[in-house]
Design a protein around this ligand. Structure first.
Ligand code: HMG
Ligand code: MG
Length: 299
């Protein structure tokens, strides 16, 4: 089997995991979570987003999170930014890098960012120009790559087109989001094959939500296609506010356990990771969504 020797884990829990939470979470809790994640060996963390606070109230305090994190060398503290205003907010609090987010579904693009796919790409251009001038790296996302909550089927060719557009405008990597977790392994393989006809597999990351329990199986399919970057959320926290019923990303603990079992390097200490997951789940007053954490600690 042709598998990568190592992968990079992008921890999205503090952003994708917490953005949907209705209860208010103090910035100090988010900061402690970020610190615990880096202590566990996570080197890339999406720590918040700079979107319209009326749309996603939980992320309104992202400034306090970014300014409160004691920065460590070699760690990327990234922020999600939908437009130039968001980019400037992120830059003001010294986000290490930013991510722009588009969709492969017109209907989702309208619901999530209030514009068409084409308009979103136009909106990203000034962000890309500013980031280039400031020397800030930009990651891209494409949502709904395996299905859309509003329009259903999404063509892999459309995913390929939007992915190529984001890379062409200067993103160094594009994360393919199964926003509502409907994908299954053979569809994942086919999607990556199609997208890789126009872009290098090395520039792809996968972002699997686990709504239908397919995320680890889909990860295996993507590993077999040579993808080396995976987004995951501590404790399996999360969901997208504009995708009803969507649950969190694959739990980072479960991803790490699977990678270790396959002798794929990831650089993360599982026990410390589980501590980080139990910490935030306790703060939220719920049980840990990671099966591995539950199996190892009974929480
Ligand atoms: P809009 O309403 O079309 O924006 O929203 P607008 O430019 O017309 O501005 C309207 C108001 O928003 C103005 O304020 C702006 O100043 C303000 P007002 O004059 O009414 O007081 N505004 C902002 N304020 C703070 N920061 C900003 C900002 N931009 C405008 N950056 C917009 C367009 C994109 C801003 C809005 O639709 C939005 O914020 N959407 C957020 C969507 C979101 O965060 N979704 C969840 C994250 S994406 C996700 O989870 C998927 C992913 O995980 C991958 C996957 O799973 O597929 C990444
Ligand atoms: Mg997501």
């Amino acid at each position: 089997m042709n598998l990568p020797q190592s992968v990079k884990i992008v921890e999205v829990g503090p952003r994708d995991g917490l953005q949907n939470e209705k209860q208010s979470i103090d910035a100090s809790v988010k900061i402690e979570l970020v610190n615990k994640l880096t202590d566990a060996g996570i080197t890339y963390i999406e720590a918040g987003s700079f979107v319209n606070p009326k749309w996603v109230p939980q992320m309104a305090g992202s400034e306090d999170v970014f300014t409160g994190i004691p920065r460590q060398e070699g760690i990327t503290y990234a922020a999600l930014t939908p437009n130039l205003k968001g980019y400037q907010r992120a830059l003001d609090v010294k986000a290490t890098e930013v991510a722009i987010f588009a969709a492969a579904s017109e209907a989702f693009s309208q619901k999530n960012i209030n514009c068409s796919i084409a308009e979103s790409l136009e909106r990203f251009k000034p962000v890309m120009e500013a980031a280039k001038a400031d020397g800030i790296a930009v990651r891209g996302y494409v949502s709904c790559v395996l299905g859309c909550p509003y329009q259903g089927e999404v063509e892999p060719a459309k995913v390929a087109e939007v992915t190529a557009a984001l890379l062409d405008m200067g993103c160094y990597e594009v994360s393919l989001g199964d926003t509502i977790g409907v994908g299954t392994p053979l569809k994942v393989s086919q999607l990556i094959k199609t997208v890789s006809e126009t872009v290098a597999t090395e520039q792809l990351a996968m972002h699997f939500h686990d709504t239908y329990g397919q995320a680890l199986a889909n990860t295996l399919a993507a590993l077999q296609q040579g993808v080396q970057v995976y987004d995951s959320s501590i404790g399996g926290l999360g969901g997208c506010p504009y995708a009803a019923g969507a649950s969190g990303n694959v739990a980072t603990e479960d991803l790490v356990y699977m990678l270790s079992g396959m002798n794929i390097q990831h650089g993360v200490d599982l026990d410390r990771l589980i501590d980080a997951g139990n910490f935030i789940c306790q703060q939220l007053g719920r049980s840990n969504g990671s099966k591995v954490a539950k199996a190892k600690t009974g929480k």
